[in-house]
Design a protein around this ligand. Structure first.
Ligand code: ATP
Ligand code: MG
Length: 654
């Protein structure tokens, strides 16, 4: 028993080596990987300086690499100057101006393509329009748009003139939008009449009007994209149509060359933990992380069609839609709509029709599609796919295997990428030509990222049976710079626990014999059973390994003898059982998990549900389930949930 660390009880023995042909053609070979890791270990700052010089286009080269004088507010490449949109657009015009930058597909099936030249022209016209409205460097612009090319245009246009964008997910309510506009002190909002999702209209302009009514005094103008065609009210003097604002604006716009540390964007984390935090990223460091990891982890080539399914409202939609792959000159796919509309084959149909070669999505989507079975993906030609990725939550080994078999057809490496809004870019993930993968592990840190697992006292845990806090021991270029308007909260949240020595991610993990990292869950969700501390991921993965289980969330509830008892909420692949059938299956699953992991992890309660409460980005909200399991009242705002109605179903059975 050890009260300073977690116990790891799940053993996943399967290993997948990259195919020799993949390795032979990969950007980063096993030897490259070793060389990079050795270089970073030998000369950390020199390593990042070299990569920054070789990867980005600097208008003024930097001489300072890392400035630690205000630690933990680290600064990188401080005297360098550059522009992010130049690095994503202008640099490609000579060689690949006519190449498709964005393939867009709407939910009803409209397809639009924008070449790098067309995208640059659209960005410049909007940048000029923003300037005509008095927006300049440092001003905050809130972007509240559906997943359409104009969302990328708007982000890049802000970057072009040094304005700081803050994208708010189009599914968020007027209240969430208002909080974010107010916190950022935005001068301008870019929105659309409406968006489309699962056959429904999402009235974005109406929500914007509601957010601004009687509040947000800093907002002077609202630019409205005509997209869904629904009727909207335009407020004279404040609102103008995108098409009018950009009419007559030239297709070129001199970029604002900014300091590397100039804020590129704010992005509020999904806020599952109280007041949303405006994570602030810097231009140079962020862009370096975004481009480099796009090239290394996704092995991006000129011939690739890259589809990251994340919405631009999340960090994944920043790093791996709007910036990284464009900086790398790739073709990206954007899809506005639901994954199961009109049916569960939509993702695979898009992959087939647009010849997607690299596909990157979240475990929640994989588990949801898995529920529909293997027959659907088998109907599509997925032969162009060569690499798969996942992000957002730990992926249960059985979901990984399903993805590998039925989507990757046992041919495509899977990159399980661990990172956060705060880290700006992927931190731990396999470089696919160099690192063998194991289902459920994000494998090894990117060369130059000093990740470790430490116990309650900050001591590194090296034995394979134990886990602890996932920390980063050295600053890295794409790290967050602060929390907008609240630096004390930045220090408290990420640095205080170990006296400023380590960045504390808030996740738990353990390492195996090969030094691979296995994320075990969130530090706040650790289960404490009879003196044993367990991560949620291992228990949930044991459930998902049962043939009838699609998805599970486990939480602790107080128990007189054990301290905490494990309570599991289970979603099955088929119908939800009731009565005696439910009791029988619950008993079978308890025994199954007890057999897989040992008696200590055997859950006390197993409850069946049609779904689990999720954030808008699809992550399970265990905090809410904890309240349900304990029979406590739910005090928080559940309107930011993807599916608030599910709480009632879960509570009815409590
Ligand atoms: P909030 O901080 O507001 O609660 P969030 O943490 O869900 O929101 P993100 O920054 O989008 O917001 O998500 C980062 C978190 O997602 C990580 O801290 C981790 O818990 C989880 N995560 C992301 N990728 C992986 C992965 N590959 N494996 C395991 N966990 C992952
Ligand atoms: Mg977080």
């Amino acid at each position: 028993m050890n009260d300073k660390s977690l116990e790891s009880i799940l053993h996943e023995p399967r290993v997948f080596n990259p195919a020799a042909a993949f390795t032979a053609a990969a950007r980063i070979s096993p030897a490259d990987y070793e060389r990079l890791a050795a270089e970073a270990a030998r000369d950390y700052e020199g390593y990042w300086a070299r990569l920054a010089r070789e990867t980005l286009d600097w208008q003024r080269p930097f001489t300072t690499v890392l400035d630690s004088s205000q630690a933990p507010n680290y600064r990188w490449f401080t005297d360098g100057r550059l522009n992010a949109s130049v690095n994503c657009l202008d640099v490609h015009l000579a060689e690949r101006g006519g190449k498709t930058a964005i393939v867009f597909e709407s939910e009803p099936g409209e397809v639009r393509r924008l070449s790098y030249r067309e995208l640059t022209a659209a960005v410049c016209r909007l940048a000029n329009a923003l300037q005509a409205q008095g927006i300049g460097a440092g001003d905050r612009v809130v972007i509240y748009l559906p997943m359409v090319p104009e969302a990328v245009v708007a982000m890049q246009a802000c970057a072009r003139i040094g304005a700081v964008h803050s994208v708010v997910f189009g599914g968020f309510s007027a209240k969430s939008l208002r909080e974010r506009i107010e916190d950022a002190g935005a001068r301008l909002v870019i929105t659309a009449d409406g968006g489309r999702r699962a056959g429904r209209l999402v009235e974005l302009k109406a929500a914007t009007d509601e957010a601004l009514a009687g509040s947000c005094p800093t907002v002077e103008k609202v630019i409205v994209l005509r997209h869904a065609g629904n009727a909207v009210a335009m407020q004279a003097g404040r609102d103008l149509w995108w098409s009018d604002a950009t009419a007559g604006q030239p297709e070129s716009c001199a970029p604002a060359v900014v300091d590397a540390e100039h804020p590129l964007f704010l992005l509020y984390t999904s806020g599952s933990t109280g007041r949303p935090k405006g994570i602030q990223h810097a231009t140079g460091g962020f862009l370096l992380g975004a481009k480099l990891t796009s090239q290394w982890i996704f092995d991006l080539r000129d011939s690739d069609v890259f589809w990251c399914t994340a919405d631009v409202g999340w960090v994944t939609g920043h790093t791996y839609v709007a910036y990284g792959p464009l900086a790398a000159g790739a073709t990206i796919v954007m899809y506005e709509g639901a994954p199961v509309h009109p049916d569960a084959g939509r993702f695979w149909s898009i992959c087939e029709r647009h010849g997607v070669t690299i596909f990157y999505t979240a475990p929640t989507a994989i588990r949801a599609l898995m529920k529909f079975g293997d027959v659907i993906p088998a109907q599509y030609d997925l032969s162009k796919l060569r690499l798969l990725g996942t992000v957002g939550e730990p992926i249960n080994p059985e979901a990984w295997i399903w993805y590998h078999k039925h989507i990757g057809r046992e041919r495509c490496p899977i990159v399980d990428t661990w990172w956060q809004t705060e880290t700006g870019a992927t931190m731990i993930a396999p470089l696919p030509g160099a690192i063998a993968t194991k289902p459920g592990s994000c494998t090894r840190p990117i060369p130059g990222i000093d990740a470790a697992v430490v116990d309650e006292d900050g001591r590194e845990i090296t034995d394979v049976e134990h886990g602890g806090y996932l920390v980063i021991r050295k600053p890295w270029p794409s790290m967050l710079r602060t929390i907008w308007g609240d630096n004390a909260r930045y220090i408290r949240t990420y640095w205080e626990k170990f006296g400023g020595r380590y960045y504390v991610a808030g996740d738990t993990a353990h390492r195996d014999d090969d030094g691979y990292f296995w994320v075990m869950g969130r530090a706040d969700d650790v289960l404490k059973v009879s003196g044993h501390r367990l991560g949620t991921m291992e228990v949930e993965s044991a459930f998902v390994a049962h043939p009838r289980v699609a998805e599970t969330a486990v939480v602790g509830r107080p128990h007189d003898v054990k301290g905490e008892a494990i309570c599991a909420f289970v979603v099955l692949k088929g119908e939800r059982p009731t009565g005696a059938a439910a009791e029988q299956l619950a008993g079978e699953l308890r025994d199954w998990v007890g057999h897989e992991l040992g008696a200590i992890a055997k859950p006390d309660d197993v409850r069946f549900a049609d779904n689990l409460p999720k954030t808008r980005s699809g992550k399970i909200m265990r905090r809410l389930l904890r309240a349900v399991a304990r029979g406590e009242e739910i005090t928080e705002d559940v309107s930011t949930l993807e599916n608030p109605a599910i709480i009632e179903q879960l509570r009815g059975k409590a």
